[in-house]
Design a protein around this ligand. Sequence first.
Ligand SMILES: Cc1ncc(C[n+]2csc(CCOP(=O)(O)OP(=O)(O)O)c2C)c(N)n1
Ligand code: SF4
Length: 245
Amino acid sequence: MIVFEKPHALTDTVLHYCPGCTHGIVHRLVAEAIDELGIEGRTVGIAPVGCSVLAYNYFNCDMVEAAHGRAPAVATGVKRALPDNIVFAYQGDGDLASIGMCETVSTAARGENITVIFINNAIYGMTGGQMAPTSLIGQVTQTSPYGRDPKTQGYPIRVCELLATLDAPAYLERVTVNSVKNVRNAKRAIKKAFQNQVDGKGFSFIEVLSACPTNWGMTPQKALQWIDEAMIPQYPLGVFRDKEA
Ligand SMILES: Cc1ncc(C[n+]2csc(CCOP(=O)(O)OP(=O)(O)O)c2C)c(N)n1
Ligand code: SF4
C-alpha cells in the first residue's frame, strides 16, 4: 500500500532551493491541489523572477516565464485566450509587491478568474537579501544594515489587507507552512483557490508566509520559529475575503 508519494503534477527534477526554504513545500501543495482536482492537462503556470524562477522545471504542466512582476498580466492574457484552462501565477514578495505591485492590484481589481500564490518571505531572496516591501520594521537586510527604519524606508505592506479594499477579489487568505498544522491549513486554502477558478468564482489569492533561512541568517529551524515570533504579529493569518462564505 502506498502511504506517501510525490504528486504527479511535480516533475522528477531535483529542487534547487536552499535547505529549509519553504518554496518546496508550497510547490508540493500546489501540485497536490492540481492532482486532486484532476486539472493537470489543462493547467498553465506562470513563473516569476526570483528564487522560484525555475518553477517551470518543477511543475508537470505548461509554464510561461514572465518578466519580473508581470505574472498576473501574463496570467490574464493566458486565461482570457484559453478560458477553459486553469491558470496560476506563483510569485515572491519582491516580484509581486514591489516591481509587480501595479499588475497585482490591477489584476485583482479586474477580478480575473485566476489563482495567485504569493510567497512572502520578507526579503529579496534570489538577489542576496535586499529589503522587500514586506520586510519587517527593524529587519536587517543587505539594504537596511541597521534594520528597516520606517522614517526613511516606510512600513511593511500587508498585501492581503490592501487587496481586501477592492470589490472584485473572490478569495484572499494568508497562511503559513511553518508547522504540520499550518501546512495542512495552507493545503486547504491553496486547493480552494484552485477550486474557485474551476467554479468560475474569480480572483483567488493565497499569501504564504515563508522562510528564507539563507538571507535571514538563521538555521532552518530558527527560521520557522521566526515566522511565529516576528512575521505573524505583522501579518496575521486568516481569511480577508471569501465571497462564498
Ligand atoms: C526587471 C528586473 N529588475 C530586477 C531584477 C533583479 N531581481 C531578480 S529576482 C529579484 C527579487 C526577487 O525577490 P522575491 O520576489 O521576493 O523572490 P524570492 O527570491 O525571495 O523568492 C530581483 C530584484 C530582474 N531580474 N529584473
Ligand atoms: S535564498 Fe531564500 S528564498 Fe531563495 S532558495 Fe534560498 S532560502 Fe529559499
